[in-house]
Design a protein around this ligand. Structure first.
Ligand code: 26Q
Length: 822
């Protein structure tokens, strides 16, 4: 059967047109002849909101009536991208809107370009949160996302003479139609001050006298589940300065601090930290983390008290709190503070409730990326929380570690939430493990390493606490909406509800050898590439051919992701062509998209080097357009949606053991790109699902990496013994790519030859050989088409609905509740 999961909306094209025009006039204050594309965009959004707001209310009433258990997904980042096309798709309104706009003389796709990306995240972790809330709504799970309403999301990237320049992001410059301010749910967040011990009735309790309070204002973004029945919300907190100071506290201590910090109140939700993986412990970042954690916990408590007063017996039965990495880990002592200090619940009881409520997802093993805060800073900003952390730690070490390993100070030192070396630090990872009932990694190998390398003793202490939930992506955005041509082709062969049940794509497997289907599938890819040729031209002024292999590496710029390995190979290919103009290869376009953290020196040097090599390669007539190199500026969700459907090769070339999962790898493979990757993160599972013959794997695996390091890794050895590798590295020292200015690209060379922390040189030859396999495979048109089709047909595991079902079953113990129909 071809039953459709998305309901047919009870609206006609004519009615939709009338609604849009109504909003153009009454909401936007303009009219058809005068309205800008932007005004049309807003009018469509207002029309769509008529459906959405109704869904928000229906869903809310359903949950309130049922006293439903709910999950609260706490994340510093939600990388939502654009919302219009997704909302239209999930409501089943897309085709209707498309027709309506055509009748009004517009291309809907064109008008959708007016919407700025909501870039409230850095990369993988933030986009994962966005896919997850889509799936939670789709699965009708009572769920709410909590985050920060950043005024400025991730910076806009420009290139100036090949170097990255950061410009502020202005996603709300003209307001956003998708958010609803909820002033009635404002919360107060306290900071600084001191803690008083009050003795009474033979006992004592703690009173925190904050040095400052600030206001947290919630903005709700409706999250429309696929099919439109269920609409959840993403609640983002905006900080505002309090209208007045608490003068008593002001006078009693911290006067200067409180005053100079007062400027910060409004800056707390001003800007997203653009550093993924690492950042030095900045006080403002700690305050951001606490600000939204405290506001969110207060919101959970308010909702609970409204239903149950001060009877907390049902608290754990009704609430799950998920920590997206350690960034919101301060929520653990905050919940303890509220339960113990404000509700008068005993420590033992409160701790039991806290642990049952929290769970923690780890997204990295990189030691420099594990969050640590100076104890002094937490003491200063959150004095009561520091006391609570001490108490949690003391009880943990005494009752649990000492019992298991009596008298073992080494293990205590290792497991302690407080690190005693180089000034005391609070280890947020340890706090998160100790305060949670479940800890998960994001791909199988990563979860194994979390147990084996990161928290081995914790795993001994609590076998069963550590789990794997492999990441996923929403097929609604990452196939149905972004790749309409492939979706249309798919729908000729599989049930229409495939965006919900992605395993239905396995019905395509028998077609992988069907030459008619192969041609249709590759024609779709070619058409998508033709579209993207225009995007490349527009953004970079480089002319490329859609007949070339589109070889894509899109992800944040990081040494461990090894964009410079890709670069070395491009240089080697270029050199081969200069040495032998008849060098046999299929034309290739290397496409990069990547932002570097503004303070990450080497990452910025790598961007510069790629841009300089690109400039030279793209303008060298000797190589007859066999290679083009394109570094797309300002890579972001909306650009990914255009590029991924056009990709032939998906580069996933991190050093084994370093990429926790990756999710771009899933998006690209689903859209028919062949993975060129290491045995790292979810690449391993993609190879398992698609079959090893349908991916190209190279390089050391995790065990070989460990072995190579133990033998004393010497990058100079590879440099000296590989003629081509030596030649391209030396090339970076010359002025060949930077005429008249030798040495401009030397930092990249010397980092590799002298240090090479991510073993680029060790994997170089294997990578180069793998690239040759890609070339050969592509030239066998049928073999390539077959492999690409099998990839599309085999990726059901990476549906984020499956990830969320895993969380619901194994961590949250959460059941769906379908919202009442209209
Ligand atoms: C920490 C402290 C201060 C400022 C910023 C940060 C910070 C911000 C963002 C630290 C880390 C991040 C983001 C990490 C991230 O995106 N990790 C990726 O998560 C994906 C989803 O699980 C995985 O697929 C990737 O493998 C992983 O790198």
């Amino acid at each position: 059967g071809k039953k459709s999961a998305a309901p047919k909306p009870d609206m006609t094209v004519k009615q939709f047109k009338e609604t849009v025009i109504k909003h153009l006039r009454s909401t936007l204050g303009t009219y058809e002849e005068k309205a800008s594309k932007q005004a049309w965009n807003q009018a469509i959004a207002a029309s769509v909101n008529e459906f959405i707001f109704d869904g928000v209310s229906r869903t809310r009433k359903t949950h309130a009536g049922k006293d439903a258990r709910a999950v609260h997904y706490l994340s510093l980042e939600f990388l939502m991208g654009r919302l219009m096309s997704n909302n239209l798709q999930n409501l089943g309104l897309y085709e209707l809107a498309d027709k309506a706009m055509k009748e009004l003389g517009f291309e809907l796709a064109d008008i959708l370009e007016e919407e700025p990306d909501m870039a409230l995240g850095n990369g993988g972790l933030g986009r994962l949160a966005a896919c997850f809330i889509d799936s939670m709504a789709t699965l009708a799970l009572p769920a709410i996302g909590y985050g920060i309403h950043y005024e400025h999301g991730l910076f806009r990237q420009e290139f100036f003479k090949g170097r990255q320049v950061e410009r502020p992001d202005q996603w709300r410059e003209f307001g956003s139609p998708w958010e609803i301010c909820r002033p009635e749910s404002e919360q107060v967040v306290k900071l600084y001050g001191y803690v008083e011990t009050v003795y009474e009735n033979g006992g004592s309790h703690k009173v925190w006298h904050p040095g400052r309070t600030m206001r947290a204002i919630p903005w709700d973004i409706p999250i429309v589940g696929y099919g439109g029945h269920n609409v959840n919300v993403l609640r983002l907190w905006e900080s505002r300065a309090d209208k007045f100071f608490d003068w008593d506290v002001f006078n009693s201590g911290g006067y200067v601090d409180a005053y100079t910090e007062s400027v910060q109140a409004e800056t707390v939700s001003k800007v997203l930290y653009p550093n993924d993986e690492t950042d030095a412990g900045k006080e403002l970042r700690l305050i951001q983390q606490y600000f939204f954690s405290a506001a969110s916990i207060a919101d959970v408590m308010r909702r609970f008290r409204n239903a149950h007063g001060n009877d907390f017996s049902k608290f754990t039965a009704l609430n799950a709190l998920q920590l997206n990495d350690t960034h919101p880990a301060i929520a653990i002592p905050e919940l303890m503070r509220v339960l113990v200090d404000e509700e008068g619940i005993s420590w033992a009881e409160a701790w039991k409730m806290t642990r049952e409520t929290f769970s923690y997802t780890n997204h990295t093993l990189l030691p420099e990326a594990l969050e640590k805060w100076p104890l002094r800073m937490i003491q200063h900003v959150l004095p009561r929380h520091m006391e609570i952390i001490f108490e949690i730690n003391a009880r943990f070490l005494k009752d649990e570690v000492e019992t298991k390993w009596p008298g073992n100070d080494g293990i205590k030192r290792k497991l302690s939430i407080i690190e005693e070396a180089n000034g005391q630090m609070v280890r947020m990872g340890n706090l998160s493990v100790v305060g949670s009932h479940a800890v998960n990694g994001v791909a199988q190998i990563h979860s194994d390493l979390v147990k084996k390398d990161l928290f081995p003793e914790m795993n001994e202490l609590w076998p069963g606490k550590f789990l794997n939930v492999t990441n996923g992506i929403t097929p609604r955005r990452w196939m149905k909406a972004c790749n309409p041509r492939l979706s249309t082709l798919i729908e000729k062969h599989v049930d229409a509800d495939w965006p919900r049940y992605l395993e239905k794509l396995t019905a395509l497997k028998p077609l992988a050898d069907d030459s008619k289907f192969q041609k249709e599938y590759m024609a779709v890819k070619h058409a998508n590439k033709e579209d993207f040729v225009k995007v490349i031209k527009e953004l970079t002024d480089v002319d490329v051919s859609a007949d070339a292999i589109f070889d894509v590496q899109i992800k944040r710029l990081h040494e461990y992701k090894r964009q410079h390995l890709n670069l070395l190979y491009i240089m080697a290919l270029y050199r081969r062509l200069l040495i032998n103009p008849d060098y046999d290869m299929h034309p290739r376009v290397f496409i990069f998209g990547a932002k570097a953290a503004p303070g990450y020196y080497l990452a910025k040097e790598i961007i510069f080097a790629i841009n300089k090599v690109a400039e030279k390669v793209n303008n060298d007539p000797r190589i007859k357009d066999k290679i083009k190199v394109v570094f797309l500026p300002n890579y972001r969700v909306s650009l990914a949606e255009k590029l991924i459907p056009a990709a032939d090769v998906s580069q996933q070339i991190s050093l084994a053991g370093k990429e926790a999962s990756g999710t771009g790898n899933m998006k690209l493979a689903l859209n028919g790109a062949i993975t060129l990757g290491t045995l790292d993160g979810a690449n391993i599972e993609i190879a398992e699902e698609a079959g090893e013959e349908n991916v190209v794997i190279f390089g050391m695996d995790v065990d070989e990496v460990v072995e190579t390091r133990e033998q004393g890794y010497n990058p100079g050895h590879y440099y000296q013994n590989n003629e081509e590798l030596k030649a391209v590295l030396d090339w970076l020292d010359s002025d060949f790519f930077t005429p008249g200015e030798p040495g401009l690209l030397s930092a990249v060379k010397h980092n590799l030859v002298d240090h090479d922390p991510y073993m680029v040189l060790a994997d170089y030859q294997s990578y180069s050989d793998a690239q040759s396999k890609i070339d050969a495979l592509y030239r066998d048109k049928k073999a390539w088409a077959r492999a690409a089709i099998i990839n599309t047909a085999s990726l059901a595991k990476f549906n984020s609905d499956r990830s969320i079902q895993d969380y619901a079953d194994t961590i949250w113990n959460l059941k769906p509740i379908k919202a009442a129909a209209k």
